[in-house]
Design a protein around this ligand. Structure first.
Ligand code: SF4
Length: 323
């Protein structure tokens, strides 16, 4: 929940505390080891907020309810110092804009080696490990390039440095928030292949936040589709994208011809996305849904199982699955 700010009157709507808005509501999913979960949805769907809640990077005044379990430990009830300690070590994050995340005044070697130095490793060992990490992240000539500053790297190379930095703490969980959005298409593909191979080799649990279905279709084992801060659908990526059980997922898939093989035509999503602050009553998707009926305007659909390992929040999911 976020407090109302005064500068954004829409945030006063809804929420369970006076003046608060429930930005992300009832979101539930697991990320097993060696698995990538793709979190998709349009902007304002709450996917970045969900990732930020996991790593503990929420705006001041935000309150998080429920449970966030990491290796059996509920992070919401964990001592704040321990939670900070987990961040960057066992739970690491890769951001969309590495230039903003990297320190412009420090060399790549200094930043990637920071966590290793803090753990008290000898200097020579830190240096050797930094070279190893940069090499694993695909930075060419790591011994030479580690002496560069971030502005001396290209966008793709900075993202590789960011990946090396994220791996430095030997994380069990990697959160990647739109890791390739700022890159050109060829570099995007290389970075995605790299992330996928690292995730597989290291057995990492990875949460990949993306608005791009093609990115998620390539690397995610499971997918969670979010709309207006709630889960619309979740399940195995191939099944969800190949045979959606929610009209919103179907509309997303149809908007990207490369994902839906049956049609070469892209159909842009109709209407304006609802946001948590202006979430319509009933099913939040009903103003844009071609299948909407009276019930959808008044009754919020619960997330329910419609097939083994498949969950959806649509009253009429069976009609889609049988079509
Ligand atoms: Fe559409 Fe109704 Fe399903 Fe919502 S519950 S997605 S409005 S059919």
């Amino acid at each position: 929940e976020l407090p109302s700010t005064g500068t954004n009157p829409r945030l006063r709507a809804g929420g369970s505390r006076p003046g608060a808005v429930r930005v992300v509501d009832g979101v539930s999913f697991d990320i097993p080891p060696a698995t990538t979960v793709g979190l998709i949805g349009e902007s304002g769907s709450g996917k970045t907020m969900t990732a930020n809640a996991i790593i503990g990077l929420l705006p001041d005044g935000a309150a998080v309810g429920g449970q966030l379990r990491f290796r059996g430990e509920d992070l919401l009830r964990t001592d704040p110092a321990r939670r900070r300690g987990l961040r960057g070590h066992e739970i690491a994050m890769i951001f969309q804009d590495p230039l903003a995340a990297l320190n412009p005044t420090q060399t790549i070697a200094r930043q990637v080696g920071e966590i290793l130095r803090r753990s008290g490793r000898p200097r020579a060992e830190v240096r050797r490990r930094v070279v190893e990490l940069l090499d694993r992240a695909g930075v060419p000539e790591p011994t030479r390039r580690m002496r560069n500053f971030p502005h001396e790297f290209s966008g793709g190379m900075r993202q590789r440095a960011m990946i090396a930095l994220a791996l430095a703490g030997s994380p069990a969980l990697l959160l990647a928030d739109e890791p390739t959005t700022a890159l050109d298409v060829t570099v995007q593909a290389r970075i995605l292949r790299l992330l996928h191979s690292i995730q597989q080799d290291e057995g990492l649990a990875m949460l990949l936040v993306s608005h791009d279905l093609r990115v998620v279709a390539h690397v995610a084992h499971q997918v969670v589709v979010m709309y207006a801060g709630r889960v619309a659908e979740r399940g195995p990526t191939g099944a969800v994208l190949g045979r959606p059980a929610h009209p919103y997922t179907r509309a997303l898939v149809n908007s990207v011809p490369a994902v839906r093989t049956r049609t070469a035509l892209a159909h842009p999503l109709p209407g304006t996305p609802a946001t948590p602050a202006n979430r319509p009553a009933g099913c939040a998707f009903h103003p844009r849904c071609p299948m909407a009926r009276e019930r959808c305007r008044t009754e919020q659909p619960a997330v329910r199982s419609v097939a083994p390992d498949r969950w959806t929040a649509c009253h009429f999911a069976e009609e889609l699955l049988q079509a």
